[in-house]
Design a binder for this molecule. Structure first.
Ligand code: UTP
Length: 225
């Protein structure tokens, strides 16, 4: 399969050391060895939020805050490239055209590009460019719930949704601002809907869940239609 993965930066930065980069690299390498073609876009995680918070204190406008976030995504992407070694293309990809040109049996790793969106949007653009069969969004908050699970312990997770339903949930419940593009950014949902590539949103805190998403045995939320 051709798969575009949006790897939440928080998954990479939460321990503040090399372990997480190594753990995700191990799983990605296994998917590659199983014959899948992979493009992985790294989020900025704690690095992005720290840079943006300092920027805010210095009165940086949204454009500048987004640019700080983008730099953080590049740091994470370069560290993942390091962890993947020979299995990764060493270029840091930002544009769909680059993906089309360099698609090979090596894993392509990318980061953010233009202010005003998140790496989820990049993952959708890359999915379109590579003709992906699947987009996987791995985050640290799991699938899509009917209410905020951090405030409502009885919140129920959806097993499946349409893109229209996901768009409505995001519009009602999530803000879209630098460092916080919520569950999945709105532009990304609309684009994924237009290109009709199925999206699976998973709790990626266990890297193995990415493999389960590809193999169809995950516990996340599947969006199509
Ligand atoms: P992300 O929001 O994609 O990373 O990028 P994240 O916070 O690590 O994602 P999750 O929540 O863990 O999944 C960090 C910030 O960089 C800017 C935005 O401000 C974004 O919130 N950014 C990123 C852009 O402006 N454009 C991009 O293409 C990517």
């Amino acid at each position: 399969m051709k798969i575009s993965i949006s790897l939440g930066g928080s998954l990479l930065t939460r321990q503040g050391n090399a372990d997480a980069y190594r753990a995700y690299a191990t799983v990605l390498r296994r998917l590659k060895e199983d014959g899948h073609q992979l493009v992985v876009v790294c989020g900025g995680g704690r690095l992005a939020r720290d840079f943006i918070s300092i920027g805010r204190k210095l009165d940086a406008n949204h454009y500048l805050q987004d640019r700080l976030g983008i730099l953080a995504t590049h740091v994470n992407a370069l560290l993942l490239i390091a962890a993947l070694g020979e299995d990764a293309d060493t270029r840091l990809h930002r544009r769909g055209g680059e993906i089309r040109k360099h698609l090979s049996d090596r894993i392509l790793v990318g980061g953010g590009h233009l202010p005003g969106s998140s790496t989820d949007y990049r993952a959708v653009l890359f999915a379109e460019a590579m003709g992906a069969d699947l987009i996987v969004n791995a985050t640290d908050y799991g699938g899509v719930f009917d209410r905020d699970p951090s405030k409502h312990p009885d919140a129920k997770q959806f097993n499946s949704l349409s893109f229209g339903q996901l768009e409505e949930i995001i519009r009602k419940r999530f803000k879209q601002s630098p460092g916080d593009y919520g569950l999945f950014d709105l532009k990304a949902v609309r684009r994924a809907r237009r290109c009709q590539i199925p999206l699976i949103i998973i709790d990626g805190t266990d890297p193995e869940e990415i493999v389960r998403a590809v193999e169809g045995s995950h516990s996340g939320t599947e969006i199509r239609g």
